[in-house]
Design a protein around this ligand. Structure first.
Ligand code: ADP
Length: 194
């Protein structure tokens, strides 16, 4: 199993699932959500509107995830997850953000997917400090990897060079980058992303 950092636009990735940083309505928005809906085409919104969990007035709770097809995207599925809005770090933001990663990985495993890509959930309009969010993304994915075999590829997508560097630093802090066996996948991931 490998964990990679990739610099670019998540909508271009040919993977089993890309994760969308959605809002509670799952009816589209700005940022990565808007980019995913534009690239997927109108079928994605139509499917979101039909989700049985989203009866009128019912919203997707923060930290949870819902799956749809990828429509016109290269990705086969879109996992819509709702990240926390950053307030001051004392309103359960870290646990809620960790849950977005964990629930998405659980769903990928249940659906027997091989690859999944995450944007920096909550780090745009929702204001989560990227350094802290990157630590959570790395910790959750590495913890998952210790006890699960699927999905084989986990990709953390950095939308710009600054974000890429922050993810690299988070991986460094996790102590997982060295020359010993278990970490070689991380090294490959970093190499692939440069
Ligand atoms: P949130 O509302 O959860 O904060 P945003 O969409 O505003 O979500 O931002 C989440 C992150 O996604 C930000 O770090 C932003 O730079 C990044 N992002 C925006 N567009 C894309 C894209 N096309 N591919 C990958 N990441 C993106």
């Amino acid at each position: 199993m490998s964990i990679e950092i990739w610099h670019g636009d998540i909508t271009e990735l040919d993977v089993d699932a890309i994760v969308n940083a959605a809002n509670e309505t799952l009816l589209g928005g700005g940022g990565v959500d808007g980019a995913i809906h534009r690239a997927a085409g109108p079928g994605l919104l139509a499917e979101c509107c039909q989700l049985p969990e989203l009866r009128p007035g019912v919203r997707c709770p923060t930290g949870e995830v819902r799956a749809t097809g990828g429509h016109a995207l290269p990705a086969r599925h879109v996992f819509h997850t709702v990240g926390p809005v950053w307030r001051d770090g004392r309103h359960d933001e870290a646990a809620l953000l960790a849950n977005c990663y964990w629930q998405s990985l659980r769903l990928a495993e249940r659906m027997e997917l091989q690859s999944i890509a995450f944007p920096a959930i909550s780090c745009g309009v929702y204001g989560y400090p990227l350094h802290q969010a990157a630590d959570i993304a790395v910790t959750e994915t590495l913890t998952w990897r210790k006890s699960h075999t699927r999905p084989l590829r986990i990709i953390l997508v950095a939308y710009n060079a600054a974000a890429f560097k922050i993810y690299q630093q988070a991986l460094n802090r996790s102590g997982q980058i060295d020359s010993s066996g278990g970490s070689s996948a991380l090294m490959q991931g970093l190499a692939a992303a440069t």
